[in-house]
Design a protein around this ligand. Structure first.
Ligand SMILES: *Cc1c(COP(=O)(O)O)cnc(C)c1O
Length: 482
């Protein structure tokens, strides 16, 4: 398997899965994709139907990472996707499923279900990919006798998923910047209660943007970055995307009886990483009818799929909503889909994303390309705080099921795209406890709390407070690694 950049640079070079594992963007600013998608045969699809999650993950990942010996990869997936790690299920018998399918009912003739992706250690779907990344990083670094210092900024979900994935991993340290006293008590406790010696929580005296600016400043200091072996785990990482392909297959098998059936998926979307994995599953041959992109008020993706216009938002136009993990101004993985939409023409992708940088967006409405969006199965919709609250209330009353705000955005939009006879699977991306304020508003009760999280806020916390100053952060990192 060879990987290429969406912008075409280095077309003659070869990049294996391991080559791009630790990196971010390609040299030309593009994103990596396989030179072609592996197709799944009918025989494979039949065989995969009954596999446990870890073995299904092995089958799918091995098609993308032929430079990792099969026995190593199998061991690695079995170590990663365990009932022990994905234990925060609402029904204990379901833990072995890793991503259980919860049937809600039939609406407009369409069976409606939630695919639970948030039973991992941080109660959000980011665990699905990040846990695998932790295992892959440890494996690759050990092989080459290398070390890595991950530097990141978080306002919640991503940072905690990264810390729980990398805790105790050999050769890896995590330096995670978060805004001091600006996260919820639950989120703060989730991160700061980690006592592992390779995890460093840095509480920055400032807001999230200050944290992000510091990470950028440190990354732009190339000498420091190289000397300290600084890396990141952001959402454009290819291994994260491909890890997410697995649960589309798992969800399909759980919702159907035979491989002749088709299903649709609705995906609460921000950076387009999750639904990009759905697109790849479909390109591999999984019988997906529709991929429904659900956004909140930050509807840059919904606007594109409705109109063909991609227009990134300015900071002032980016809203803070009650589904905060979808509050984005541009979708960092979107370029991967655009590459496929344009028939894999890197010169045009380069031009379009130059336009994004120079003019703030591009317009494909008039071109024949936009019409092809339908061939790829994509449709979309958006949500508001009011519809989110209404959906949480409705699902609780009708199905006795408590859902989080992001999943509510998904369900609201899914209902606008139901087709009789075609199961609709809504990806559940977080548990309600993470966004308790809106649950209390909608249901006038406390969100459900998994057993492992009782008393979390009372645990001792370990963190360092630093001013919003990149030099001070560099000095802190250098002090630890010395
Ligand atoms: C990250 C996140 C999303 C958005 O996923 P993308 O891959 O960025 O589209 C949705 N819901 C939750 C809870 C998340 O943490």
């Amino acid at each position: 398997m060879n990987y290429i950049s969406t912008r075409g640079a280095g077309a003659g070079e070869r990049h294996s899965f391991s080559d791009i594992l630790l990196g971010g963007l390609a040299k030309d600013g593009g994103l990596y994709l396989p030179s072609s998608y592996p197709r799944v045969s009918a025989e494979e699809l039949a065989r995969w139907r009954t596999l446990p999650y870890a073995d299904l993950a092995f089958e799918i990942l091995s098609k993308f990472s032929d430079d990792i010996p099969a026995e190593d990869l199998r061991e690695l997936t079995r170590r990663t996707y365990t009932a022990q790690t994905y234990c925060n299920v609402r029904d204990d018998e379901q833990a072995a499923q890793i991503t259980p399918l919860k049937t809600l009912g039939v609406e407009d003739g369409a069976p409606l279900a939630l695919l639970e992706l948030s039973n991992g250690p941080t109660l959000a779907f980011k665990d699905m990919a990040m846990q695998l990344l932790g295992s892959l990083f440890e494996y690759t670094l050990a092989k080459h006798g290398e070390t890595l210092n991950i530097l990141g900024a978080t306002s919640g979900d991503t940072g905690s998923a990264a810390e729980y994935a990398m805790r105790g991993k050999k050769g890896i340290r995590v330096f995670m910047l978060s805004p001091h006293k600006k996260m919820s008590a639950f989120q703060t406790a989730q991160m700061y209660s980690l006592q592992d010696p390779n995890i460093f929580n840095i509480a920055v005296e400032g807001v999230f943007d200050d944290c992000q600016d510091i990470v950028k400043a440190v990354s732009n200091d190339h000498a420091f970055k190289a000397a300290q072996k600084i890396g990141t785990v952001n959402s454009i990482n290819w291994a994260r995307v491909v890890a997410q392909v697995v649960y589309y297959f798992k969800g399909y098998f759980a919702a159907t009886k035979s491989n002749d059936e088709r299903v649709s998926f609705t995906v609460p979307s921000g950076n387009f990483g999750n639904v990009c994995a759905g697109h790849i599953a479909r390109m591999m041959g999984l019988p997906i009818e529709k991929l429904v992109v659900a956004t909140n008020e930050n509807d840059v993706l919904d606007e594109f799929f409705r109109t063909g216009i991609y227009r990134v938002r300015k900071a002032a136009e980016t809203y803070h909503t009650s589904s905060p993990s979808m509050d984005i101004s541009k979708a960092s993985n979107f370029e991967r889909f655009v590459f496929d939409l344009l028939g894999r023409d890197p010169a045009r992708v380069l031009q379009l994303f130059r336009d994004v940088e120079e003019k703030g967006g591009f317009d494909l409405a008039a071109s024949g390309d936009f019409a092809r969006v339908k061939e790829f199965g994509f449709v979309s919709g958006s949500s508001t705080h009011a519809s989110r609250v209404e959906t949480i209330r409705d699902v609780f009353q009708r199905y006795d099921t408590m859902i989080d705000t992001h999943t509510a955005d998904g369900l609201k939009v899914a209902r606008e795209h139901l087709q009789a006879g075609i199961p609709m699977i809504v990806l559940e991306t977080a548990q309600p406890i993470k966004f308790g304020e809106t649950i209390r508003e909608a249901l006038l009760r406390e969100p459900e709390r998994p057993a492992a999280f009782v008393g979390l806020e009372a645990l001792p916390q370990r963190f360092d407070v630093l001013p919003a100053d990149a030099e001070r952060v560099k000095a802190f990192v250098a002090g630890v690694t010395a």
